[in-house]
Design a protein around this ligand. Structure first.
Ligand code: HEM
Length: 169
């Protein structure tokens, strides 16, 4: 089950059940400043309304990992004029791979870049995400802290996905 809780000008937030498709592929490795050794996957995330199949969220990004420091970096961009870079760490526990990241507007490192319109009307102030992968299951919860319609709003997405295909190039 996937649920999106999104802002609405009316008093009650919009609650939208959705279907979720996440496609990951290898993005190779990079060495930064002859020191930092990163590996990455890229993904495309497409969200459709459960009732009519129409796309209402599209997201692309990378998950990046450095083994020696345990750093996780998650970059994402959505076609509202918002990009962010969230940072955090990786943990393995009881067969689960746990990825925890966050970003804050105003940070020079793990921060958020957004269009002038979005800053003024629907600013993303912060982003937090916890993703857990175990065998063929991926679960995540993300909280996007917005300032919209004159007030703060926690835009929350939770999802539980099952792996359906796997190709190794
Ligand atoms: C599975 C993930 C997500 C889904 C399904 C989703 C869906 C939605 C929906 C339904 C709205 C209400 C307005 C509309 O219908 O377009 C909305 C608003 C918004 N979302 Fe998301 N969202 C997701 C993730 C994110 C993320 C990661 C960000 C930013 C980093 C974000 C930023 C925003 C902003 C700024 C708005 C306010 C725009 C407005 O309502 O005018 N969303 N989102």
């Amino acid at each position: 089950m996937c649920l999106d809780i999104a802002p609405d000008a009316a008093a009650n937030p919009d609650e939208s059940p959705f279907t979720n498709e996440l496609v990951f592929s290898i993005a190779g490795s990079s060495e930064n400043a002859e020191e930092q050794e990163l590996v990455a996957v890229k993904y495309h995330h497409v969200v459709r309304r459960a009732d009519n199949g129409l796309i209402f969220h599209d997201q692309i990004g990378h998950w990046i990992y450095e083994a020696s420091t345990n750093i996780i970096i998650h970059s994402l961009t959505i076609p509202r004029g918002v990009c962010l870079l969230a940072g955090g760490s990786f943990q393995e526990k009881d067969g689960e791979s746990i990825f925890t990241v966050d970003a804050k507007a105003g940070s020079d490192t793990y921060g958020i870049v957004q269009s002038p319109f979005m800053i003024e009307k629907a600013k993303t102030k912060a982003f937090q995400m916890r993703m857990v992968v175990k065998a063929n299951e991926l679960n995540y919860r993300e909280v996007t802290s917005l300032h919209i319609y004159g007030k703060d709003f926690e835009h929350i997405d939770t999802s539980s996905l099952k792996r359906v295909t796997y190709h190794q190039d």
